[in-house]
Design a protein around this ligand. Structure first.
Ligand SMILES: [Zn+2]
Length: 143
């Protein structure tokens, strides 16, 4: 099990995915890396509001939530946090089944969602709020 991982921002995921690198394609909203246990499996983490999110602190990346390779023989489970790998507990088969069901429910909900007009935000058109922003900008301009 490796303890650190670097990253590469790429346009498309390369044919050869190297160990110890998370390839991040913003174009395709996908990250790919090889399982950190060393088993060699490619782990694809789609970047999506209901799947994974990536954060870049200027030096290293984090992926959230954790990476659970339930479908691989290794069943490894870890977090990638600022380029470091933190091993997480291996879930039991029952827990995995449960998690998968949850994921599916979330995905179903997401895709069933019809775009809706957001509810009116009272602060949005409030003159008081706008005045506050204006004052803030004026303060910025002041030498
Ligand atoms: Zn593995």
């Amino acid at each position: 099990m490796r303890t650190t991982i670097t990253h590469k921002f790429v346009e498309t995921v390369p044919d050869h995915v190297e160990d110890g690198i998370v390839y991040v394609s913003l174009t395709y909203a996908t990250a790919v890396h090889r399982c950190c246990c060393g088993c060699g499996h490619e782990v694809v983490t789609p970047l999506h509001p209901k799947q994974w999110s990536i954060t870049f602190n200027g030096e290293a990346i984090s992926l959230s939530p954790s990476i659970g390779n339930w479908s691989f023989a290794c069943r490894s489970h870890y977090w990638i946090r600022a380029g470091h790998i933190h091993t997480a507990r291996t879930y039991t088969r029952a827990e995995i089944t449960h998690l998968r069901a949850d994921d599916q429910v979330l995905l179903d909900q997401h895709y069933a969602h019809r775009p809706q007009r957001p509810p009116d935000d009272p602060t949005e058109s409030s003159p008081k709020w706008r005045g506050g922003i204006k004052a803030w900008f004026q303060r910025l301009r002041r030498p």
